[in-house]
Design a protein around this ligand. Structure first.
Ligand code: ATP
Length: 362
């Protein structure tokens, strides 16, 4: 296991493109960190710098307190699984798992013990004689994971390892990977653009945008205390609803209603934002149909409903805005219905309309 320190890490590619800006993060031994963000935000570049596959343009990278910027990938004692995991097609699962150890000249009986053990952890015991073409996508993925973790490494890096799998396999592999992490205990950095993967697997999530870290926190912190509109909109599915407006006399005019913002932010903030743009945010699942106390109440018209089983996504318009509301499937309204819904004050976020930073709640 390893402790990693990333201090002011920057990546400027030879063509001058600045892909990662001042990336600061301390990763504890055995932690499971997910790097998330939209395509092109610099996740893979960051991972590749940690792996030693890209040089670090500026900043310090330390493994267990020792500067590692110039260490080769091998010296870093890091294992990796990538999106495209090439198994050797002519070799059995056993030989694929054993390959790295064979190259290192490890004794055959030690290899056998390790392969047997890894196969047991990964549920591959019955497939050791098979060639990769005779495996399902999920089984192949497990072999790729097994090949990476069979060597004792301090750090385990994964770049979108589940993107080639179908939805069901992804869910299974998600829990398998967290299970393996619990058993093996290596510090793990996992790159994904899928916020659900990050929310379900990570100890802490790093949300990135345009090469900058937006927020670092536990899944709980990011969901309940996002620092800005980007994180609030990125974490959570369907995403948070946002409505922009301007403060006038302590109120904002949103969704056809006048909303008194003093219910959610301090008197100083109400004063500070007078005449300024703000954005109101609430999650689709943060609403209640009908009128509820200590809430903002809105009227809306139903445009579309999607019954998902455990809930229904209701697409509505209110005061010219499109919103998504999550409701109990038994309460699914009909198309074109006029509905009333409430958003309890505790579920409402207010953001600075210019900086897009959250305004502290009272
Ligand atoms: P994705 O989810 O699409 O893989 P990502 O967040 O992993 O995206 P990176 O692959 O790290 O993004 O790329 C970050 C930015 O750096 C992108 O704008 C990309 O075009 C750019 N980039 C990547 N590699 C190079 C390179 N070798 N030279 C110049 N720019 C590059």
């Amino acid at each position: 296991m390893a402790h990693l320190s990333l201090k002011g890490i920057n990546k400027i590619y030879p063509n001058g493109f600045h892909a990662v800006h001042d990336f600061d993060l301390e990763i504890e031994q055995g932690e499971f960190i997910c790097l998330v963000g939209p395509s092109g935000c610099g996740k893979s570049t960051t991972l590749r710098m940690i792996a030693g596959l890209e040089n670090i343009s500026k900043g310090d990278f330390l493994i267990n307190g020792v500067r590692a910027n110039e260490m080769s990938p091998r010296e870093r004692e890091i294992a990796m699984v990538f999106q495209s995991y090439a198994l050797y097609p002519h070799m059995s699962v056993y030989d694929n798992l054993a390959f790295g150890l064979t190259l290192q000249g490890v004794d055959d009986d030690v290899i056998e013990e390790k392969v047997t053990n890894i196969a047991k952890i990964l549920g591959l015991t019955d497939y050791l004689d098979r060639k990769p073409r005779a495996l399902s996508g999920g089984q192949r993925q497990r072999v790729a994971v097994g090949r990476a973790i069979i060597r004792k490494v301090g750090v385990f890096l994964m770049d979108e390892p589940l993107s080639n799998l179908d939805a069901k396999q992804r869910v299974t592999m998600r829990s398998e990977i967290t299970d393996i992490h619990r058993k093996v205990g290596s510090t793990t950095i996992y790159v994904t653009h899928d916020q659900t993967e990050a929310m379900t697997m990570a100890d802490r999530i790093v949300v990135m945008k345009d090469g900058y870290i937006q927020q670092v926190g536990t899944p709980y912190e990011l969901y309940f205390n996002p620092v800005n509109m980007f994180v609030a909109g990125f974490i959570g599915e369907p995403p948070m609803n946002f409505v922009r407006s301007e403060v006038g006399g302590g109120n904002i005019s949103v969704l056809g209603s006048e909303v008194d913002i003093s219910h959610i932010v301090s008197d100083e903030s109400v004063k500070h934002y007078e005449g300024k743009p703000v954005a109101l945010g609430f999650r689709p699942e943060g609403i209640t149909l009908g009128r509820v106390e200590n809430s903002y109440v809105f009227e809306a018209e139903v445009e579309l409903t999607e019954l998902l089983g455990d809930n229904t996504n209701v697409y509505v318009t209110a005061g010219g805005n499109n919103l998504i509301l999550k409701v109990d499937p038994h309460d699914t309204p009909r198309l074109d219905d006029k509905i009333t819904f409430s958003v309890p004050y505790k579920n409402v976020y207010l953001f600075d309309g210019e900086s897009e930073l959250v305004i502290e709640r009272k």
